[in-house]
Design a protein around this ligand. Structure first.
Ligand code: SAH
Length: 338
């Protein structure tokens, strides 16, 4: 819902100031539409339904994984695809993975979104509407900006949306913005020490030579600068920055590279999250043993480390698999003429 348009529409109708609040409260608590807002006059509900679209996004397809993960493909009003994911965990956690752009201009070699062209930055309303869609399905309590796009290229809209999330049920402490290390945005984010939103860095390599090979953005913003900026963030808030590290067999998963990573990060400011690779074409994922050995090296160096639970792989909803191309139905094997 475009809250600026809502405000303007209510104001033009001469409605009392509390109406904006009323409509937003219903919406944030998961109301299905204006008709559900029973403390609003009926005529007003009808007018709003035609003047202010209840969502800026329309749902094109929605798929549910065996593990309960839901992936939704939306379209913006001007036709751009946007994907977002709801993850349901056994402990009851309900976490949203939100997109900040349609597509992505960066070309990380292991990520499916990177092979799609950039459509455009999403507006705050389009970002928030992803969360509101899932709020209508279930209560939610965590959000990560780890869907399509690079949040630091669209930071203001991302933050405007994030500021509304507490009313949807997701506090800032349970909100995480993930970045490749796009320094201009990252610097602005780190300078804002007023918001306890968490930060995650997609690092994936312990040295510049390798990182530039798998993430071209590293040519522009090398590791030392990016890690220093993240360290500043951790120190200013006294909260660890998450480091995402996707495990690519024979590429970045050796024990020596683990030691290099530990030396780069140190014990104090970071927490490493090892991500099993979700197949997108180019690489092989590291074996379980290889991931365990890598983890062991980090633990020996007393760097906090966890291995990410993979969700929704069977519906291409897992990390790096968002590409807005609904999977084509498998073709039948060609008939051999008799
Ligand atoms: N552009 C931001 C936000 C997207 S986050 C960023 O990169 O941080 C998406 C996360 O999934 C990133 O950590 C990304 O590196 C990771 N990822 C990308 N492709 C993946 C794959 N094939 N398997 C597992 N993780 C992947």
């Amino acid at each position: 819902m475009d809250l600026a348009l809502l405000e303007q529409t209510l104001c033009e109708r001469g409605e009392p100031a509390f109406r904006v609040r009323q409509v937003w409260e219903w919406t944030a608590r998961g109301a299905a539409g204006y008709e559900a807002m029973t403390n609003l006059p009926r005529a007003l509900r009808e007018d709003l339904a035609s003047a202010v679209p209840f969502s800026t996004l329309t749902v094109e397809t929605e798929r549910e994984s065996r593990d309960g993960t839901v992936k939704t493909l939306f379209r913006t009003a001007d036709g751009h695809p946007v994907e977002a994911v709801l993850m349901r965990y056994r402990d009851g956690r309900r976490s949203l993975c939100l997109s900040s752009q349609s597509g992505c201009p960066l070309t990380c070699t292991f990520c499916a979104t990177g092979s799609m062209a950039l459509g455009r930055n999403l507006t705050a309303a389009e970002i928030l509407d992803q969360a509101l869609h899932f709020r209508r399905l279930t209560k939610v309590d965590h959000a990560v900006f780890m869907g399509m796009g690079e949040p630091m290229l669209n930071l203001e809209e991302v933050l405007t949306a994030a500021r509304r999330l507490p009313e949807v049920g997701i506090t800032h402490r349970r909100t995480t913005i993930s970045t490749v290390g796009w320094l201009p945005g990252l610097r602005r984010f780190v300078a804002k020490v007023d918001e306890p939103i968490r930060l995650a860095l997609s690092l994936h390599a312990p040295d510049d030579e390798l990182r530039s090979r798998i993430m071209p953005v590293n040519e522009r913003y090398p590791i030392a600068d990016v890690v220093a900026e993240c360290r500043r963030h951790a120190e200013a808030r006294n909260r660890r920055v998450f480091v995402e590290y996707v495990m690519l067999s024979g590429v970045n998963d050796s024990p020596e590279q683990a030691r290099g990573l530990a030396a780069l990060l140190g014990r104090e400011n970071f927490k490493v999250n090892l991500i099993p690779y979700n197949p997108t074409g180019l690489y092989e994922g590291s074996s379980r043993d290889r991931i365990a050995a890598f983890r062991h090296e980090l633990e020996r160096a007393r760097v906090p480390v966890t291995v990410r639970l993979t969700r929704g792989r069977d519906i291409e909803a897992a990390c790096g698999q968002l590409a807005a191309v609904p999977k084509r139905p498998r073709r039948e094997s060609p008939r051999v003429p008799a």
